[in-house]
Design a protein around this ligand. Structure first.
Ligand SMILES: C[S@@+](CC[C@H](N)C(=O)[O-])C[C@H]1O[C@@H](n2cnc3c(N)ncnc32)[C@H](O)[C@@H]1O
Length: 251
């Protein structure tokens, strides 16, 4: 399984998850001993199924019956139904459906923007991961939203996102909050996690117009290289559309 995981390609978040799962795999362990992944708010399985295909056992905990139905179909179609378990539960009750300290890796992607109390959810996430295990958190970035709203002429909304305490553009904003590098790092640290890396997802590539792409034929590879450099640039990554944080529960 380790070799299979190391050879995985794909977009950056997928590659990071594969590397985390590979690092959790115990060389020489029995063939049926799988890396245990919990995907909280994992929805329809866009992360769960690729990880199951790599040999992980994945439990998706999601409040939506519809999302879990799609997850089961997707897992069956991919031939990994036996490795994917869907559980309908609220994230703040994760401790009632996942054994404490049982997960090698917990994903919490685009969930903290929606829940009542992010600190409670993170407390449950920390309880589910084993000591030394990894946590992958993906959240919407506040500054990325300011830039993207500005570029489409929504100046008032951009200013609201910038100035609002939760990074919202008003009561109709579908997200309850957005994050800065400092605020999401502080949240994870307060939960008892050690932050290992913060990466920007969609720093520059999403800002490039179709006209600019056409004006630079063959420039896609250059743009991808630029995006890869920007995603880890300590100042530039702050304007990413999404912030990806990898953290560990202290051993
Ligand atoms: C924006 S989707 C993200 C799905 C997936 N994690 C991803 O990144 O593609 C949010 C998911 O969280 C689920 N969700 C929202 N609030 C939840 C809660 N309080 N407890 C558990 N799941 C929740 C939704 O049903 C949905 O599937």
């Amino acid at each position: 399984m380790v070799e299979q995981l190391r050879s995985m390609s794909g977009e950056p978040v997928e590659r990071t998850l594969a590397a985390l799962a590979a690092a959790a795999a115990r060389p020489g362990a029995p063939a049926d001993s799988r890396v245990q992944v919990v995907d909280v708010g994992g929805g329809s399985g866009t992360r769960a199924v690729p990880l199951a295909l790599l040999g992980c056992a994945v439990t998706v905990v999601d409040s939506s019956v519809n999302a879990l139905a799609i997850l089961h179909r997707r897992a069956e179609d991919a031939g990994v139904a036996a490795a994917v378990t869907g559980i309908q539960a609220d994230a703040d009750r994760l401790d009632t459906v996942v054994a404490p300290g049982s997960a090698d890796l917990v994903l919490c992607h685009h969930l903290l923007e929606q829940v009542d109390d992010p600190a409670t959810v993170l407390d449950r996430v920390v309880g589910a991961v084993r000591p030394g295990g990894a946590v992958s958190v993906l959240v919407a970035g506040r500054l990325g939203a300011v830039v993207s709203q500005t570029l489409v002429g929504r100046f008032e909304q951009a200013r609201q996102v910038l100035q609002d305490g939760d990074g919202r553009n008003g009561p109709a904003d579908p997200l309850r909050r957005r994050w800065d590098v400092d605020t999401v790092t502080a949240l994870l640290t307060a939960a008892g996690l050690t932050v290992q890396s913060v990466t920007g997802v969609g720093v520059l590539a999403g800002l490039v117009s179709g006209a600019a792409r056409q004006a630079a034929p063959g420039g896609e590879a250059e743009l991808a290289a630029l995006e890869a450099a920007a995603s880890v640039h300590p100042e530039l990554l702050r304007i990413a559309a999404d912030l990806h944080v990898v953290a560990r529960r202290p051993a």
